[in-house]
Design a protein around this ligand. Structure first.
Ligand code: PNS
Length: 162
């Protein structure tokens, strides 16, 4: 039987425990997960694509069926190239929904073979976002409850106040 491959796309600027929770739950549902660092035209990035990928790799190294990649193009094309059957998105709150719904419908139009699957965030991660993490660390706050321990040093190196 064909492997069931799902894509977990995102900015991951930087990956948080919220992302990791979604990735590890998705890894229990599919044969293979490809976590892909992409570009969101609405965002300016703190970390380079290479840095984002490296941090995702360090954070997911103990999940056997996860691969990590970067792609600068359309998600629908990437999913087709990889033969994926699903795109996994995490939803934190209703405020995420409208935008995610629009993207899901657009991706379905561009690539009818791929389904978007929404996973609800775990309650403890409802409020968590990469931008919050960056704001806290740049003002000298403690982010150790918000990011995977393996990348704490990388974030502090780049963003903690000198
Ligand atoms: O973590 P983010 O910023 O919410 O992720 C959004 C992302 C990168 C998944 C989205 O912007 C995306 O899919 N970018 C790739 C380009 C693309 O396919 N755009 C059309 C989506 S409808």
């Amino acid at each position: 039987m064909n492997k069931r491959i799902a894509i977990c796309p995102g900015s991951f600027d930087c990956i948080t425990l919220g992302h990791l929770d979604i990735i590890s739950r998705a890894a229990n549902m599919f044969d293979e997960i490809i976590v892909v660092a992409m570009n969101n035209v609405k965002k300016e990035y703190t970390f380079t694509p290479e840095e984002r990928v490296e941090m995702i790799k360090k954070s997911t190294s103990d999940i056997k069926n996860v691969r990590v990649d970067m792609y600068d193009g359309l998600l629908a094309d990437y999913a087709a190239k990889k033969g994926a059957c699903a795109i996994i998105k995490g939803l934190r709150a209703m405020s995420d929904f409208e935008y995610e719904f629009q993207m899901a419908l657009t991706n379905k139009k561009l690539n009818p073979k791929v389904e978007t699957v929404f996973l609800t965030t775990s309650a403890q991660n409802m409020y968590l976002s990469s931008s919050m993490v960056k704001q806290i660390v740049s003002m000298g706050g403690d982010i150790s409850d918000f990011v995977p321990p393996a990348i704490l040093g990388d974030i502090l190196k780049k963003l903690s106040p000198k």
